[in-house]
Write a protein that binds this ligand. Structure first.
Ligand SMILES: Nc1c(NC[C@H](O)[C@H](O)[C@H](O)CO)[nH]c(=O)[nH]c1=O
Ligand SMILES: CC(=O)[C@@H](O)COP(=O)(O)O
Length: 161
């Protein structure tokens, strides 16, 4: 259980570039919104903590994680330095979980191949709601924090490449 051995919110602030010069987009799925709101808050707080300006963070909502693909694609037109795609997919009774998870994973991967603005994968794919609670500000930290740090690092890499 990799996450169990590493708190998702832990990072060395001295190693993070200053984010004041970057513009960020955050696309948030409305499915399991009690979880995705926690992920969003973790991401937003981490961006601000590392120098991002509130006016340089734009948020769009989409119905579900599968729509993160389209929302993140449209964000490519917003002159951003990085995009964070936030969702929470929880196993139900059927195989739908498998198809949503695979679809959003491949779709976001494709956006990173086809476009210039990096899209960070902040999608929980959990067996239970408790696992999602634990990873959105609970005992394992907040994957939104982890995603924000990744977004800052990738924005810096893109600037320097
Ligand atoms: N079951 C979950 C979904 N399902 C909805 C899909 O993401 C999509 O919105 C629908 O198939 C219409 O295209 N979405 C989640 O984000 N989380 C779930 O647990
Ligand atoms: C991930 C899903 O779409 C899933 O939560 C839907 O639940 P079910 O498989 O019981 O229809």
């Amino acid at each position: 259980m990799a996450t169990a051995n590493k708190n998702l919110s832990d990072y060395d602030k001295t190693t993070i570039p200053n984010a004041s010069k970057f513009r960020f987009g955050i696309v948030v799925s409305e499915w399991n919104d009690t979880i995705t709101e926690g992920l969003y808050q973790g991401a937003y707080d981490a961006l601000i903590e590392n120098g991002a300006l509130p006016n340089n963070i734009i948020r769009w909502n989409v119905p579900g994680s599968f729509e993160l693909i389209y929302g993140s694609k449209k964000m490519q037109q917003q002159m951003l330095n990085a995009v964070i795609a936030i969702g929470c997919v929880i196993q139900g009774e059927t195989k739908h979980f498998d198809f949503v998870c695979e679809g959003v994973t491949q779709g976001i991967k494709d956006l990173n191949v086809l476009h210039e603005t990096p899209v960070i994968f902040c999608v929980l794919t959990d067996n239970t709601m408790q696992q999602s609670i634990d990873r959105s500000g609970g005992k394992h930290g907040n994957k939104g924090t982890e995603a924000a740090i990744a977004a800052i690092k990738m924005a810096e890499l893109r600037k320097n490449s």
